[in-house]
Ligand binder design. Structure first.
Ligand SMILES: *Cc1c(COP(=O)(O)O)cnc(C)c1O
Length: 426
């Protein structure tokens, strides 16, 4: 007999809840405090001048560039700021379209709109990331870029995406906000397209509460990014040996990173590899334990499993109703389990679907596009199907081996207890 499920009044697999849904934030400690103390003692909280600047942001940029194997990195205030800076560096704006995956956080599409361009949505595959085979369907000659978003630590099929972009002569931005440290065929996610963006918000792999960064191989794009993020200025031309002047300047924003943020991130950056290593081990252990008992479980796919950070364990159920029941039942066993983004593609968010912006006359959607931009439910059918029946269990860097066993135990117990296979057509 199967043990009685906790949602039916049985004993839960775990009585103590798993750690909260965070990664780097869970391992903040003395190292962060020391770096921040030094900045406070220096009284120089601004990166570009002060009596005794600690150059935390600059050192962070060096670290990022080194690890990602790119010449240029720039710290900014958030992942959203990083996306806007990237779009502006590429010269994208009013009258342009940008391809965004149907499965991403609202910020990806929101940044495109705030950069005065409009998103068009491409479908996903069982990696839960952009499906390169769907790009042609949404492409027209008003599209200037693709934003590839490796969701929750699984890389995108970058070969497919880059080949399409090269063929059309358009740009690729990698929005790696959720997936710092993910690799694809040995290359650091973010370093493969024209510009990569990161977020250091509290949910992400490492954090200073807020923060972001961009990376690129291209000197010209880097200069435009620096100028856009600093009100047109490029104060450290000498550091990079750039010969550039007033002619290159244009109006920009202030998205400069504070030294306090840089200090926290310098300490967090040192923890990135250990965080990923633990997450990978725990995720793989849980997955192997489930597969050993239930070989029929359909896990999320990856175009390069060796490059996954392991930050979630994702699986598919036969239908939406089972997915909702499954997530509730696993939660009742004391293991956190969610559907992503409410189980719907991002374009179903009402303000995105209805093209609501802060601007007059619905700018930038008012542009007289040759191929009008209209959104409707059903436009990315694979994303609608997969998201409705996908659930995932977050994996944190503080999970023990025992916690990973409990995760597997809860999944197997619920899978069998709900009789999931009885709904699965052979
Ligand atoms: C979190 C996130 C962002 C935005 O990052 P912020 O630092 O919160 O602005 C952008 N894209 C994706 C995919 C994200 O998950």
């Amino acid at each position: 007999m199967n043990p009685k499920l906790a949602i039916h009044g049985g004993t839960a697999v775990r009585s103590i809840p798993l750690p909260p849904l965070l990664r780097g934030a869970l391992v903040i400690g003395g190292e962060e405090k020391e770096e921040v103390d030094r900045v406070i003692d220096s009284k120089a909280l601004f990166r570009y001048y002060g009596n005794d600047v600690q150059h935390c942001v600059e050192r962070l940029e060096h670290q990022i560039a080194q690890e990602a194997n790119v010449p240029y990195a720039l710290g900014v205030t958030s992942g959203t700021a990083a996306l806007i800076v990237a779009l502006k560096a590429l010269g994208i704006g009013y009258g342009d379209k940008v391809i965004v995956p149907a499965n991403t956080f609202t910020a990806t599409a929101g940044a495109v709109i705030c950069a005065n361009a409009v998103p068009v949505y491409a479908d996903i595959d069982e990696s839960m990331n952009l499906d390169p085979h769907d790009l042609e369907r949404v492409y027209d000659n008003e599209v200037k870029a693709i934003i590839a978003v490796p969701i929750n630590g699984t890389p995108c099929d970058m070969d497919g995406i880059m080949a399409f972009a090269r063929e059309k002569g358009i740009y690729v931005i990698e929005d790696v906000a959720q997936s710092l440290g993910t690799t694809y065929k040995g290359r650091f996610a973010g370093s493969i397209g024209h510009i990569g963006t990161f977020s250091f918000q509290m949910q992400k792999t490492i954090t200073a509460g807020e923060g972001g960064a961009i990376i690129t191989h291209d000197a010209g794009l880097f200069e435009r990014a620096v100028r856009y993020h600093d009100q047109g200025s490029f104060r450290e031309k000498m550091r990079y040996g750039f010969e550039t002047g007033e002619q290159q300047a244009f109006a920009g924003q202030n998205y400069r990173m504070s030294e306090l943020t840089g200090a926290v991130l310098l300490a967090q950056w040192k923890k990135l590899d250990p965080i990923i290593s633990v997450m990978r081990h725990r995720q793989q252990a849980a997955r192997r334990a489930i597969e050993a008992r239930l070989p029929q479980v359909r896990f999320r796919k990856s175009p390069d499993p060796a490059g996954d950070t392991g930050s979630v364990l994702g699986l598919f159920l036969p239908d939406a109703e089972t997915a909702v029941r499954f997530a509730q039942a696993v939660e009742a066993e004391g293991v956190t389990c969610f559907r992503m983004y409410g189980g719907r593609p991002i374009y179903m968010t009402p303000f995105l679907l209805h093209q609501r912006t802060a601007e007059k006359n619905n700018f930038p959607f008012d542009f007289p596009f040759r191929h009008p931009v209209a959104y409707k439910p059903g436009m990315c059918p694979v994303a609608e199907d997969l998201l409705s029946r996908y659930v995932h269990i977050p994996i944190s860097p503080t999970l023990t081996e025992r916690d990973a066993e409990d995760i597997a135990e809860a999944v197997v117990k619920v899978y069998e207890g709900l009789g999931v296979d009885q709904w699965t057509k052979a």
